[in-house]
Write a protein that binds this ligand. Structure first.
Ligand SMILES: [Mg+2]
Length: 255
């Protein structure tokens, strides 16, 4: 039944610069058993090239076309609509948007901007949205985990601008249904043949299930006790990606 795995990165394969025990072997095992793999991430502090290099350094080899990132999806959306974004995003990924005209902005994009989340810049975002500029979010995660600490992600800031400007953000990346379906389209499979493995009960598991996929929550990364019970949709849970891959292989049919 399951023919592909969609795998979240941070919290599933690694936390900070530490690989989750067994993760490299688990991914290799899934690959060896012919499961299609896609890596879907809202990580918005690294460019696609940097992410591929980081993964390689941690022992994960993947092809560029297996990686789906929220910033790439956001860029494609802006380019298609020919909009000029006001970018409240992390310094590291500004280069991914540098080909778009950014003077006289008529769209706002918010990612994990870290230190750039100051009053002046948030207020500029608010003013533009108040004047009708669409608000884009690179993911809408509440928080993420880095070096044993939970850190605010882009979600709370996106919500603040939505609230102030009485607008609704378009979310590129998880949990957006379109984002999951974009990755799905690259597999030629049906949604119910895919298992999404993630450590975020909302962004990964609930989002995937809402797009018709199966979802598996791993108890690594940002997972907190009781997260399984935060959604009523049926889903799997596993101690880590190692157990999640074993579950997927048990439910794998090559027909
Ligand atoms: Mg994660």
């Amino acid at each position: 039944m399951l023919k592909a795995l969609f795998i979240d990165l941070s919290g599933v394969l690694y936390v900070g610069n530490k690989v989750i025990p067994g993760a490299v072997a688990a991914v290799a095992k899934a690959r060896a058993k012919q499961l299609q793999l896609r890596f879907v991430t809202n990580t918005s502090r690294r460019t696609r090239t940097q992410i591929l290099m980081d993964l390689k350094n941690l022992g994960f080899e993947l092809a560029e076309e297996e990686l789906f990132t929220a910033p790439i999806a956001a860029h494609a959306w802006l380019q298609e609509k020919q909009l000029r974004p006001y970018c409240l995003i992390h310094q590291n990924i500004k280069s991914e948007f540098s080909d778009l005209i950014q003077t006289n902005p008529n769209a706002v994009i918010i990612g994990d901007a870290e230190q750039d989340f100051c009053y002046d810049k948030l207020n500029r975002a608010f003013q533009l949205c108040q004047q009708g500029a669409p608000l884009l979010g690179i993911g809408c995660n509440r928080f993420f985990k880095l070096d044993e600490q939970l850190l605010l992600d882009a979600g709370p800031f996106i919500k603040a601008i939505e609230f102030a400007a009485s607008t609704q953000a378009i979310i590129l990346g998880k949990p957006s249904r379109d984002f999951f379906l974009q990755a799905l389209a690259s597999t030629n499979l049906q949604a119910d043949q895919v298992l999404m493995i993630g450590d975020d009960i909302y962004g990964d598991v609930e989002g995937a299930i809402n797009a018709g996929l199966h979802g598996c929550l791993v108890r690594t990364g940002k997972y907190q006790q009781g997260d399984e019970n935060k959604i009523s949709l049926p889903h799997q849970s596993a101690d880590s990606i190692v157990e999640a891959v074993d579950y997927a292989l048990l439910n794998y049919r090559n027909s």
